[in-house]
Design a binder for this molecule. Structure first.
Ligand SMILES: C[S@@+](CC[C@H](N)C(=O)[O-])C[C@H]1O[C@@H](n2cnc3c(N)ncnc32)[C@H](O)[C@@H]1O
Length: 189
């Protein structure tokens, strides 16, 4: 298992993010997380799988369907040596991502207000996605970003085993009702 130490300022910045989201959510309703406790739970969920990844050599990450920031914005905060592109096509959500990026001075983040399959592609080292669509559809949507060395990190629910039938190089780590699916050497042919 890999281990990863969060930057010293991580939890202070995460608190700032939570305050910002709760404020924005009151008028724009972009997230089901309406309390500080719920936001902090989502933050913990976002960074929990870092302990299973070898992130030190990774440079570029994308997050598909970032919504109000989970997990991509928190991964960017946790991994300052990487550059993240966050794909979120809904304007009021991507406006919040822009706001959070500047409030937290996240220079390692780009926000792309577009569907991932419509955006110009590049080879990513890490592709994350939480609560967007099923695994095989996700792989198809972001296939242009997948190279032989790319690691996929999908935050899944109880149907994960069903979703990965027929796929190889899958590792699933369970924590309560959350299943973290990590895939390597994904065949996109
Ligand atoms: C249920 S929300 C999940 C948001 C966030 N990942 C979370 O876990 O809280 C799904 C998000 O995926 C976005 N989405 C759906 N299809 C997408 C696509 N093809 N490319 C990028 N984003 C997409 C939606 O706009 C929506 O904000």
């Amino acid at each position: 298992m890999a281990s990863y130490t969060l930057p010293a300022h991580f939890w202070d910045a995460a608190e700032q993010f939570a305050t910002l989201l709760l404020q924005y959510n009151q008028t724009h309703n972009i997230s089901g997380a309406k309390t500080k406790e719920a936001v902090m739970k989502n933050i913990e969920d976002s960074i929990y799988p870092l302990q299973f990844l070898h992130v030190t050599t990774m440079k570029r990450g994308i997050d598909v369907g970032t919504g109000a920031g989970f997990p991509g914005l928190l991964l960017a905060l946790a991994l300052p040596h990487m550059h993240f592109t966050l794909f979120e096509p809904i304007a009021k959500k991507s406006a919040f991502l822009h706001l959070a990026k500047s409030a937290l001075e996240l220079y390692n983040v780009d926000v792309c207000t577009n569907r991932v399959e419509k955006a110009p592609s590049f080879e990513a080292d890490l592709i994350s996605s939480r609560a967007v669509t099923n695994t095989k559809v996700l792989i198809k949507l972001c296939h242009n970003f997948i190279a032989p060395h790319t690691t996929l990190l999908f935050y899944k629910g109880e149907y994960v085993e069903e979703e990965i039938k027929g796929l190889s190089n899958c590792h699933v780590y369970q924590r309560d009702k959350r299943y973290y699916l990590i895939m390597e050497q994904v065949n996109v042919a």
